[in-house]
Ligand binder design. Sequence first.
Ligand code: C2E
Ligand code: CA
Ligand code: CA
Length: 799
Amino acid sequence: MQKYPVPDNEIERLATLRSLDILDTPPDERFDRITRIAAAVFDVDCAFVSLVDADRQWFKSSTLPSIKETPRADSICNHAILGYAPYIVEDTLLEPSLHNIELVSSEPHVRFYAGIPLTVKGQYNVGTLCILDTKPRKFSKKDIKVLTDLATIVLSAINATELRKTTAQLYESEKILLQVAQQLKENERINSIRNETLERIVNSQPLTNILESIIKSVELEYPKMKCSILLLDKSGQYFEQAIGPSLPDFYNQAIKGLEINYGVGSCGTAAFIGERVVIEDIAAHPFWAAFTDLTNKASLAACWSEPIINSKSQVLGTFGIYHHEVCKPSASDYKLIEQSAHLASIAIEREQTNDIIKRQANYDSLTKLPNRSMMREHLNMAIHNAHRHQQKLAVIFIDLDHFKDVNDTLGHDIGDALLIETAKRLKLAIRENDIVARLGGDEFVIILVDIDDVYGVELVAEQLIKKLSKPYQLMQKVVHSSASLGITIFPDDASDIDSLLKNADQAMYGAKAQGRNGYHYFTESMREHAHNRVQLIADIRTAIEKKQFHLVFQPIVDLKTGEIAKAETLIRWQHPEKGAISPFDFIPLAEETGLIIDISNWIFQQVVQHLSYWRKTYCSNLQISINTSPVQYRDGENSISQWLFWLQKSKLSPEAIAIEITENLLMESENYVADKLAKFRHAGISISIDDFGTGYSSFSYLKSFQTDYLKIDKSFVQNMSLDSQDMVLCEAIIVMAKKLNIQVIAEGIETEEQKRLLQKIGCDYAQGYLFSRPIPADEFEALLSQKNTHQHSTSVKKP
Ligand code: C2E
Ligand code: CA
Ligand code: CA
């Protein structure tokens, strides 16, 4: 509990009092004069300017110098400041609220008090101007007015102090504001340099332009500065480039090629130690001693240099600011030089990433040759030039022969190494202006510019073939490779990029068709051939829609019993205009386009239908084999796996079906092929290896891969005679197959002699014109019914 009352706004009042910064300050004549006057006017000993603090009253001025302060509890002024009106107590004895106050109750027994509250900011009574007497007295209205007037003067003195303080503050903050404004202006200049530069960087202007513009904008804002950007070479040891548009040429030239080191001027040192070097007086500094002539001639007196450092903390060069007078950098100069170096580093790094991006977008990462898009750009330009100068150019398409085999058998590392080596050989084989590019995979393109005659092209082509067929030494392995080339000539064969590339590609296929390891020109007949191909593909699509395909069946005869045990189904296409088209002509196209999948699925369903009926009616163990294409084994919703599902639905026994695959499919043997075939076999479907002997003819895969039949290719059978090589081969195949529990079917048997020989060497089954050509379903059905009635006939009649 406080022993004294306080005003309602006590907290703010105290804060206001304190903010006046008047408490405990030395005596001030302005206040003392007033208390002196008051004491004199009212004829009292005691007049005070009293300030009521938290728990004391402190006298700013007192006519009794010995009294500096009293406890607040002992203060009559504390009562005076409770209201805003003059506080007059003519006799304290008559004022009970003051009886507790020591001044009143004991010596000096104050009996009279008159105090005028000093109200600051209209509401805070910080203290009073007051007079006291030890005798009671009367205090007239006039007296009150005089004292009030004096209090007003006190107040204005208080306010004047306050004002002075505020002015000082204002002055102080104005000074700061001025500095800030100055700084802001400085920053604005620096910022505008920065923004301009960043904009240039974003707009991908050439690096030298950007660096020059950094220099120029600094020099424009700060005309006394001459700037220079020095760039280090790759090794980081020499200044390779000196950009200083406002420095004399001889100076820039002299700096170029300078080796950086500690003590080599400001920039050489800054680049060497990777830190800012500020030299205010070149003439007086040992770092510049070796360059006195140069700096004198260029009249350079100061040089501050900041290293340009990239994000990987590597020094790329320096940003230097020169002055013609001895000169010390200010704080904002430091900022400027630091920022300029930073901008230069951003610009340089950006240029470097641009280079990398450009490389990646236009060059093949494996061989470092231009890629397809870059090649097209080159070709476009070459065509343009050739056209303008009335010259010819040759486009050569190069495709490695059997590259896939290298990849599959020797591994991708060797495959990659082969491509890299091929690229090297190609580059060595052409002239400087010619272009070699890698299109992807094992395909390359060479553009021979400015050719006089086609004979020259032929020479180059022969050279290329020779160079590419030399054995390669790759990772301690000797690898043999060769290439097929297709050549087309601008403007003879075509005049636009796409046609030229298409021609060369087609010509290359021509070379492949001629046995590879050679070159082939694009010709008109090739164009026709290509056109026919496109037409034929369109026709296949129509054929599927219009059901122009039908199946024929070729019996397979059991060589022991002579019975028709099986048949192979073969597709036929009766084209409405072109007549019968051989499967040899359209199956490869159907495979290339994926159309074979629809065709094959249709065949399968046809076969299932026929089989269900034939097995029920004529021959309960009849098996029909269906040719399948590698394409069908690739994954996808149309994969051959769905045949198993259809078979289940048909209720046909799985042994009724055999699927023929070529041995090359097994050699490709990515696991998914073997996996799918294993699933078929597991389901009870037979697997038959077609055209055995024409591919890799390797028995090793037959050991790991379970198969039911081998079909010896007709080329062996047809050249077979007693003791011929082919006969020996066939016999060997049969012996080995037997060991592996595989049955053998010989294809293409046309003569009794062939049949007899095959029987002799233990061949299980035979298929060929001798027994029957492939025949339509109804004819085959007739054969089956015949077989049913003549169980013991050894051969079936030719239809
Ligand atoms: P392939 O699977 O080797 O079929 C055997 C080919 O030899 C058939 O030719 C057949 O008519 C023929 N041939 C049969 N016996 C003799 C003979 O005694 N002497 C001679 N010189 N030839 C005989 P085709 O029907 O022209 O089929 C050619 C190739 O087309 C087939 O060879 C096969 O690879 C493919 N092919 C035929 N039909 C289909 C099919 O439905 N699907 C798939 N994927 N390919 C098929
Ligand atoms: Ca076949
Ligand atoms: Ca065959």
